[in-house]
Design a binder for this molecule. Structure first.
Ligand code: GLY
Ligand code: MN
Ligand code: MN
Length: 440
């Protein structure tokens, strides 16, 4: 499933409103990257390029030249090539770029070095991704060609702007169509997690669960996973970026699974925690319910005007209260005192969430100290956790080796947040009932 050309056209329209007359934006597609010899890694399009073009092929370039009122959209694309298409598949080609991707002009990539200097001529600001080595080398060459024609009246833009400063701000605010695509990505992943909860009995292995969940992503229409899946049984869940995924699940383990599919270029990011046996032990239940109470309270605080800084503070303070109840931190001290001393860090060491969109850790400025106010259309994760390492000698023994994280994807609206990853059994009762029913 691809982003539609119409959606990309709407994104270009929003971009054009942000550009000044005389601006020229140049964006490169992603390139194929070699894995070894003549084998490439599976291709994924560059997110900025895809957002503005929906064009799916590697190596292409998009130009948007803002004029006084209108704008000209140009694509340089891999040319049709029957011999290569036999091996690598269909190419849209130059006429297809105009016909199906709404380019005003399209050229073969073979022509880019010859045409670019003239296309840059007269632009006042050149906008492209700074730090993109391959493009920067090309821009230097194109500028040199243009400067060589200065006596003939050619003029080179003297201002360079990072495209991210404009495009990433657009990407941060999702329109309704994007929210629907993100909800679809999340719902494919919810269904996959539910399959995992049914299948992941003791004796099953983490790699079997990983394969099953990622297989469900593909079966549901996701192109790929949005990030490498974390499938952690037992104390493996205490390793925040656990990726080995090859232990056998033991009776009495909880599973912490952080996995999300990507659909039409949009990510989901979901974490579930559940008992392999289908029943939480008492310490597991207490830890799980502590994290769930905090997660629900933080989700409730996702409103316009709230900030990540506020959510982080809220999560840490609520988690500290829970930790007092669990005997993990000093119950005699005030929450203020514990918060000041960062007493949560042995058991909670990451932040409460991040923007999510085309990229799982999405673009868009967070503001100084993460204090940018939320606005409708922003999408973020809320993912508190508690991780009690097996060697956490200060923690009550019954909690050692237990890990819980609960993560959903939330769209900011004018009121309560819209949970894109709705539909998972989340309470202890719901999880146990779901597992009893589907494993029967
Ligand atoms: N799965 C990556 C994260 O939760 O941020
Ligand atoms: Mn995650
Ligand atoms: Mn996340």
């Amino acid at each position: 499933m691809h982003l539609s050309s119409q959606a990309a056209q709407r994104h270009r329209q929003r971009l054009i409103e942000k550009l000044l007359p005389g601006d020229l934006l140049i964006l490169p597609a992603a390139s194929l990257t070699s894995r070894n010899s003549d084998v490439s890694h599976r291709f994924r399009q560059n997110s900025d390029f895809y957002y503005l073009t929906a064009f799916p092929e590697p190596g292409a370039y998009a130009l948007i030249r803002r004029q006084e009122k209108a704008a000209v959209y140009t694509l340089f694309v891999p040319p049709k090539c029957p011999e290569r298409e036999v091996w690598d598949g269909f190419r849209v080609g130059v006429s297809g770029a105009v016909e199906h991707f709404a380019a005003d002009d399209a050229y073969s990539l073979d022509e880019i070095d010859a045409k670019m200097p003239d296309l840059i001529d007269g632009a006042q600001r050149l906008i492209y991704p700074l730090g993109h080595d391959q493009l920067e080398a090309k821009v230097r060459t194109w500028r040199r060609s243009l400067l060589a024609k200065a006596r003939l009246g050619a003029t080179c833009p003297s201002v360079v702007v990072d495209s991210g400063s404009i495009v990433h701000e657009l990407r941060l605010i999702k329109d309704e169509h994007e929210l629907e695509l993100m909800e679809r990505a999340a719902q494919i992943s919810v269904a996959a997690h539910c399959k995992g909860m049914t299948a992941g009995v003791p004796g099953f292995s983490e790699h079997q669960l990983e394969g099953l969940i990622e297989g469900e992503f593909r079966a549901g229409g996701a192109a790929r996973f949005a990030y490498p899946s974390i499938v952690a049984s037992g104390s493996n869940g205490c390793v925040l970026h656990y990726h080995e995924n090859d232990s056998t699940i033991a009776d009495g383990d909880m599973l912490l699974i952080d996995a999300g599919g990507e659909y039409a270029g949009y990510a989901s990011d979901i974490t579930v925690t559940w008992p392999a046996s289908g029943r939480f032990s008492e310490p597991q239940r207490r830890l799980y319910e502590s994290v769930l109470r905090v997660q629900l309270a933080v989700v409730d605080a996702v409103r316009p005007g709230a900030t990540f800084k506020q959510l982080n503070t809220l999560a840490c303070r609520l988690l500290l209260g829970e930790m007092q109840g669990l005997g993990l931190v000093d119950a005699e001290k005030s929450i203020d005192e514990l918060f000041e001393a960062k007493a949560y860090t042995p058991y909670y060491m990451h932040s409460i969430g991040h923007w999510i969109g085309m990229d799982v850790h999405d673009v868009g400025a967070y503001g100084k100290d993460r204090s940018r106010p939320f606005e409708p259309g922003m999408v973020l994760t809320v993912e508190p956790g508690l991780y009690i390492a097996p060697d956490a000698s200060e923690a009550p023994a019954e909690f050692r080796g237990l890990a819980v994280r609960i993560e959903d994807d939330l769209a900011v609206t004018t009121g309560a947040a819209r949970n894109l990853s709705h539909g998972l059994p989340r309470s202890v009762a719901e999880i146990e009932a779901f597992m009893a029913r589907t494993r029967a």
